[in-house]
Design a protein around this ligand. Structure first.
Ligand code: PXP
Length: 254
């Protein structure tokens, strides 16, 4: 079974917003997230991830509907736990939801969702979205208690936050973070929950991700968008896909 690739195209919209924040619907507004979704598919993406943030810094609500209408790839909709985002999700009807923490000040999603601590607030949201037919993922730090809380809340998936691993210095520090990912993935597998991973994965550190067992999907955005400046979006996706080949979910037992 191949490791699946979800391509996060938020930063295509970041580039557009850098020039067209006030005119995202202008005929000149570029680059187009719709084109990026199409190229991602041609490059071998299995799903398209988009995050409409409360502050609308990259993807706009209209982008989400247009991308969904333009592609036959499943949409993974990342969202904070707010009524506004629940309403958008119910209208958008993506296949997957990834619940993420969100604060205005952060540059990007900086930590995992505290599913254990916010259990009572998250529980109704999970239920509403599942009843509307969506599969739910919890974006969590690689902590066993968060994986256990995600299983208890009834989420179908967890996405392990790989940011600490990606930002750790190569050597002991990164190996320690890799161990945390390995242990968390193992626990998710034992609990029968699908285990995905994402954040900060790039063309270099992906090699070490192969050592994390039981992964089903990686969600990768920034490094692919950055690489696309040199080689084009489709090739950037193809190159990442290539580096994901040969993953053995059972071969990296903890
Ligand atoms: N997964 C989640 C939940 C995220 O919030 C992000 C960043 O938007 C990613 C994956 C992708 O991270 P990156 O852009 O660093 O590849």
């Amino acid at each position: 079974m191949n490791l699946l690739l979800g391509v996060n195209i938020d930063h295509v919209a970041t580039l557009r917003q850098a020039r067209y924040a006030l005119l995202p619907d202008s005929p000149n507004a570029e680059p187009s997230p719709i084109d990026a979704a199409e190229d991602a598919k041609l490059g071998g993406a299995d799903s398209i991830t988009i995050h409409v943030r409360g502050d609308r810094r990259h993807m706009q609500e209209a982008d989400a509907y247009r991308i969904k209408a333009s592609t036959d790839l499943p949409i993974n909709f990342e969202m904070g736990n707010t009524q506004e985002m629940i309403d958008i999700a119910l209208k958008l009807q993506p296949k997957f939801i990834c619940l993420v923490p969100e604060t205005r000040e952060e540059v990007t999603t900086e930590g995992g969702l505290d599913v254990a601590g916010l259990f009572d607030e998250l529980s109704p949201t999970v239920k509403i979205l599942q009843e509307a037919g969506m599969e739910i993922s919890m974006f969590v730090d690689p902590d066993v208690c968060q994986i256990e809380a995600s299983a208890k809340i009834g989420a179908e998936m967890v996405e392990l936050h790989t940011g600490c691993f990606a930002n750790a210095e190569k050597g002991c520090e990164r190996d320690e973070e890799l161990d945390r990912l390995r242990i968390a993935a193992q626990r998710g597998h034992e609990l029968g929950i699908q285990v995905n991973a994402g954040h900060g994965i790039n063309y270099e550190n992906i090699q070490q991700i192969h050592a994390v067992p039981h992964l089903k999907e990686l969600n990768i955005g920034h490094s692919i968008v950055a690489r696309s400046v040199r080689v084009g979006f489709r090739q950037a996706v193809e190159e990442m896909r290539e580096l994901m080949q040969g993953y053995n979910p059972e071969g990296a037992q903890v």
